[in-house]
Design a protein around this ligand. Structure first.
Ligand SMILES: [Fe+2]
Length: 295
């Protein structure tokens, strides 16, 4: 995969030359403040209003919830995204994370980015704890291996110390960093960066992620994060042109004016809900079999 292109255009971007260089080296920047903490919670409430989670496509919230689409076009965010990707940018993925209390999402590389170039915005919305919630390995976007592949080799990627030692074997300068990010703040990272999240609180933790690429990139969604054996969803993700032009026409673009909650929910009822239901049933049956025969 090509590395993210050079800082091409110095217009009114919010990243300095040094900032861009830092992004290239460490694979992330931030946190940046977008909202006050109480505003972040109000924003979250608006996103969730009257939208049942089970009817929403996992990575396509922007096709149904106008607030997500508007957030993706926020100039504070876009000024940084365009600085990294160039003037023409599409949003192809968005996800609202609701992490249960005392749950860890082990270190991983967002699987799609092993094959396509792009950046992710991760915005903290509720119960995000500074230096506890979001961890990264700076520079790991340049590693050939992903945490998922290390796991397949028997490395316990759930344990942060083991993960850091494995990263040091790839680059001895590597270290694991717990980011000082709080509700209302966001970070921007290269899609290939190793990252993990934790919810150390007794309440649900909320955040939202936005995935951006250039229109020249043919985007698609992975069925799961099993690297290196990726399998892909057949349906094309819905994309928004958030900045510049699309001269390539290889992705499924929708106009922000066409975002309709009712249409999205009807689509969700016929496509997302049955898939999620089937996955849930399969998971429960598998767990039942494991409990019966192995425990
Ligand atoms: Fe991720």
């Amino acid at each position: 995969m090509q590395s993210i292109k050079a800082f091409e255009n110095f217009k009114v971007h919010h990243l300095s030359k040094e900032g861009f260089q830092k992004f290239k080296e460490q694979g992330f920047l931030g946190p940046y403040t977008l909202f006050k903490e109480n505003e972040a919670e109000s924003f979250l409430k608006k996103l969730y209003a009257n939208v049942p989670n089970c009817l929403l496509p996992s990575y396509g919230r922007h096709g149904v919830i106008i607030g997500v689409a508007e957030l993706s076009k926020n100039s504070h965010i876009l000024n940084k995204v365009t600085c990294i990707l160039g003037e023409d940018v599409i949003l192809w993925g968005s996800h609202i994370f609701k992490q249960k209390p005392c749950v860890k999402h082990s270190f991983h590389r967002d699987a799609e980015f092993t094959e396509l170039e792009g950046v992710v915005i991760w915005l903290a919305l509720k119960n995000v704890v500074s230096e506890e919630t979001f961890s990264v390995v700076p520079g790991s976007h340049l590693f050939e291996l992903s945490p998922q592949e290390l796991k397949a080799q028997g490395v316990n990627i759930n344990d942060y110390q083991t993960l850091e030692e494995a990263a040091k074997k790839i680059n001895r300068e590597s270290r694991l960093v717990n980011l000082k990010v709080r509700d209302g703040q966001y970070i921007i990272f290269d899609g290939r960066l190793w990252h993990g999240t934790k919810n150390t609180t007794a309440k649900h933790r909320f955040s939202i992620s936005l995935r951006y690429s250039k229109p020249s990139v043919k985007v698609r969604i992975a069925k799961n994060g099993n690297l290196p054996n990726l399998s892909w969803c057949k349906s094309k993700p819905v994309c928004l042109l958030v900045h510049g032009q699309d001269k390539f026409h290889i992705n499924k673009l929708i106009d922000i004016k066409d975002i309709s909650k009712s249409k999205g929910l009807i689509r969700g009822l016929f496509f997302c809900f049955p898939v999620k239901l089937l996955r849930n049933i399969t998971r429960r049956i598998t767990l039942g079999v494991i409990k019966t025969y192995l425990i």
